[in-house]
Design a protein around this ligand. Structure first.
Ligand code: GAL
Length: 442
């Protein structure tokens, strides 16, 4: 028996999350494969390439490690361009490959959570204008029907779209994702079609599998006003909450799609959510500035004192997790953390990051929030989109030349947590001593 433990609810799902393009390798028929060969798009000219070689079978290596380390679930995505290589063609062999993986997960005792869209579109969808085109949600629904029909006996938890709010910003405002636009009108068109696509997928899933649980996964950024007594900072914070965190969830609440100065209504989206999926990584301190209209007159910076990850991408702000969960609670639905993690090749910050964030999740569970699971991003280093291989998010490191995996200290910590279904004093003392006094003050 451990001396002291923050115990999680029974049946809690413990896993890691991955996405097809980031781990499979040899994805050559989607928009990212086209984007990666354009000069200057990806840091260091990196490409996903062989990635973690999952498509050749190395999924088994990583998921065996996951299961051995006490995980009982895994979230991964099905690549649309593999299953539907052309508008009028299915590739049954791709479905067979995913079926093999699903059966493998079951054998390993991992409950699968399946994402149906994780940032990538088939090339043929990209060429017809991607999510700006009104036909895209219709094609997406076709794909979803095919996948859900094939796997309804294996999968109960579905994620329709991964971070549609983040996707819109990255693809159409900041331009780091394909098609690399900086255009509010295009962003709004894509947002509306993503809402339609999600709703179509949600209803299709329930027609085929009435007891399924479906939702989209929300990118939640923590926002705190720089000054607690400045009404302008409060306004700036509110504006970011609305335009970043709530832009998609509002549409699911009442059908209103609003972004910048644009507005529309999608009736079929109302209530299309069975649980809340939160992806929380970091937070900003927000202040008002008249000089930054491109960012809605806001300036953001890392909260002072917060440790920042090695590429400066993530500030360690566990309070943001609490903010996210308080926000999520308004829906009165089960809550899953479908992503949370940090880029840290040397694994100096990750153990404390994990312990501190999970401590906040535990607190929420003990205030009777319906906390149902946590998926760390990620099991093994993988291709990080426009940041290529420059960021390392794995519990295990990956040598892309040799495909060799190297266990990090964080894997030990996370294994202890998963196995004990809780954060024990012993585990923190051993694997995250940096935050021992924070979690277990003497
Ligand atoms: C998320 C995304 C993941 C992963 C992660 C870390 O926004 O859903 O695919 O890349 O960020 O960068």
């Amino acid at each position: 028996m451990p001396e002291a433990i923050y115990q999680f609810p029974e049946g809690f799902l413990w896993g890691t999350a991955t996405a097809a393009h980031q781990v499979e390798g040899h994805n050559t028929n989607n928009n990212w494969s086209a984007w990666e060969v354009e000069p200057g798009r990806i840091i260091n000219g990196d490409k996903a390439g062989l990635a973690c070689d999952w498509w050749n079978g190395r999924w088994e290596v990583d998921l065996q490690n996951a299961a051995r380390d006490g995980q009982n679930a895994h979230r991964f995505s099905v690549e649309w361009s593999r299953v539907m290589p052309a508008p009028d063609r299915w590739d049954e062999s791709a479905l067979d490959q995913y079926r093999t993986m699903l059966k493998g997960m079951r054998r390993l005792g991992l409950t699968p959570v399946v994402t149906l869209h994780h940032f990538t579109d088939p090339l043929w969808i990209y060429e017809m204008g991607g999510w700006e085109n009104e036909q895209t949600p219709i094609y997406f629904k076709k794909f979803v029907r095919k996948v859900v029909t094939a796997f309804k006996d294996e999968v109960k938890l579905w994620v329709t779209l991964n971070e549609p709010n983040g996707l819109v910003v990255n693809s159409y405002i900041s331009g780091g994702f394909p098609p690399g636009k900086k255009d509010f009108k295009a962003a709004f068109r894509a947002l509306k079609n993503l809402v339609r696509g999600h709703a179509a997928a949600y209803h299709a899933i329930h027609e085929i599998q009435p007891d399924a649980m479906a939702s989209y996964a929300l990118y939640y950024r923590g926002f705190f006003p720089k000054s607690n007594w400045s009404p302008l900072d409060a306004l700036a914070t509110r504006s970011l909450m609305g335009n970043v965190n709530e832009v998609f969830s509002n549409a699911i609440k009442d059908g209103q799609v609003k972004f910048a100065l644009f507005k529309d209504f999608v009736r079929e989206a109302v209530g299309s959510q069975d649980y809340v999926a939160i992806q929380y990584y970091s937070s900003d301190l927000v202040s008002f500035t008249p000089f930054n209209p491109g960012e809605l007159f806001t300036r953001r910076r890392s909260p002072p004192g917060a440790e920042v990850s090695e590429t400066g991408f993530i500030a360690n702000v566990p309070d943001g997790m609490t903010q996210a969960l308080k926000w999520a609670r308004q829906f009165r639905k089960p809550i899953y953390i479908t992503e949370n993690g940090v880029d840290d090749s040397k694994d100096t910050l990750r153990p404390s990051y994990i312990a501190q964030h999970l401590h906040k999740v535990w607190q929420a569970a003990n205030f009777n929030y319906q906390m149902k699971g946590y998926f760390h991003w990620s099991q093994v280093d993988n291709f990080e989109w426009e940041r290529g291989w420059s960021q390392r998010f794995g519990l295990w490191g990956l040598n892309t030349q040799t495909q060799q995996r190297t266990r990090r200290r964080s894997a030990d910590l996370y294994a202890a947590i998963c196995k004990e279904n809780g954060i024990s004093l012993e585990a923190v003392r051993q694997f995250a001593p940096e935050v021992f006094e924070i979690l277990f003050p003497s």
